[in-house]
Design a protein around this ligand. Structure first.
Ligand code: ARG
Length: 401
């Protein structure tokens, strides 16, 4: 039985209640670990809540740069969108948190880690599979999966134990946010037919009215400039999100398949992620050789599935990363996005290592393509079909005997 536990503490209702519950019910010492992954909020307050709930220590880690460099960069390289839509916002932050939980468990000589996830979601899968991979010896505790309290019970538990919480919004929706976007679940959103109430959105409130361009510059697959200005990745993501979001663009409303077999209606707003992925994959169209691009497109959904399913620390994911990294060497250049209310589209791309050859593509006098080459090429391309048609006959056309 564990004696000292490192708990992933967000400062929200469930994880604050978990601090006390773990102590009371399991008699363990709790070290609360909160990560800044770009969700905003007041970490002094998070710390205060952890200590008020009874944690022996509260650790706050600024993991924004780490999240951006080690987790978002590979996601951009993989053009990662789970089921073609969701840019893996929460799925990317869980392995960052796992890394720190394990590190803090080692530092504090803890024998278990704990999380506040429920039994129905993906996040429990990500925390536990990740932890077991990095630290198979650590026990894993999931109080919110076992305590059998409803949200009302938790609110009451908090009140009874003098645990400060702020439960108004939290009672309505389950929200998870980081620098790559924001996920909103529960409440009115559980009806897949009901349009999301406008008040659930904070990053994509439409305020801008004037159309404008935004030029994103990439170097080896990593976004590095906005309108020619170099920015560190966390700042760049924040800036792109603020601009694009102000056009009311960057929402995803979908029904997704959770790892545990449940279909779930999900609402996301990820203006930065969607704009950056749009620009990045467009730049790849200009700079990736055809066969590399096609093979890459086949592997991308697999990468997104692995990460969604909690397999960040897995040999297949690592091998796919090696492939994607190699493809990114020449993904350098700029993409122009045109923004207008409700819309973000690509209107141009350029690269010093572009594979677009104007001489080959043009229909005007600058043409360098050898037209004579085409004749023999096309004849050989169709040779096998021509032979088959002559010897075995073409298939009957529809409607003919
Ligand atoms: N459905 C998304 C995912 O599995 C979002 C989960 C958000 N988590 C939350 N506690 N609200 O990645």
């Amino acid at each position: 039985m564990a004696k000292r536990v490192v708990l992933a503490h967000s400062g929200g209702l469930d994880t604050s209640v978990a601090v006390r519950w773990l102590q009371e019910e399991l008699g363990v010492e709790v070290i609360a670990v909160a990560l800044d992954v770009g969700q905003g909020g007041d970490f002094a307050l998070v710390r205060q809540r952890a200590l008020a709930a009874g944690a022996v220590e509260s650790v706050v880690v600024d993991a924004r740069a780490e999240m951006a460099e080690d987790f978002v960069v590979p996601a951009i390289a993989a053009n990662a969108r789970y089921e073609g839509k969701y840019p893996l916002v929460s799925a990317l932050s869980r392995p960052v948190i796992v890394r720190h939980l394990v590190a803090e468990a080692r530092r504090h000589g803890a024998d278990a880690v704990a999380h506040g996830c429920t039994a129905k979601g993906n996040d429990q899968v990500r925390f536990e599979v990740g932890t077991r991979t990095l630290a198979p010896d650590l026990e894993i505790l999931a109080p919110a999966r076992t305590w059998g309290m409803t949200r009302e019970d938790s609110v009451e538990y908090a009140a009874r134990h003098g645990i400060p919480i702020e439960a108004t919004k939290e009672k309505l929706y389950s929200i998870d946010e980081n620098l790559w976007g924001r996920a909103i679940e529960c409440g009115a959103l559980e009806d897949p037919w009901a349009p999301p109430p406008p008040d659930v959105f904070t990053l994509t409130r439409p305020t801008a009215t004037e159309q404008r361009d935004l030029v994103l510059g990439f170097e080896a697959g990593v976004p590095v400039t906005v309108d020619g200005r170099p920015l560190g990745l966390p700042e760049l993501i924040a800036e792109v999100g603020a601009v694009v979001g102000s056009y009311g663009w960057g929402r995803v409303d979908m029904v997704e398949n959770r790892r545990v077999g449940i279909k779930s209606r999900e609402t996301y707003e990820c203006p930065a992620a969607l704009a950056i992925l749009l620009a990045h994959s467009d730049l790849e169209d200009l700079t990736l050789e055809r066969d590399v691009a096609r093979e890459k497109a086949r592997l991308e959904p697999r990468w997104a599935e692995l990460v969604y399913d909690g397999m960040w620390f897995s040999p297949l994911k690592e091998a796919l990363d090696a492939f994607f990294t190699s493809t990114q060497r020449h993904v350098t250049g700029e993409v122009r996005l045109a923004l207008s209310p409700g819309s973000c589209t690509v209107t141009g791309r350029r690269s010093p290592v572009s594979l677009y050859d104007h001489g080959l593509a043009t229909y005007d006098a600058a043409d360098t393509f050898d037209h004579g080459d085409a004749e023999g090429f096309v004849r050989l391309w169709g040779l096998s079909l021509a032979t088959w048609a002559a010897r075995q006959g073409a298939p009957p056309e529809p409607g003919r005997p």
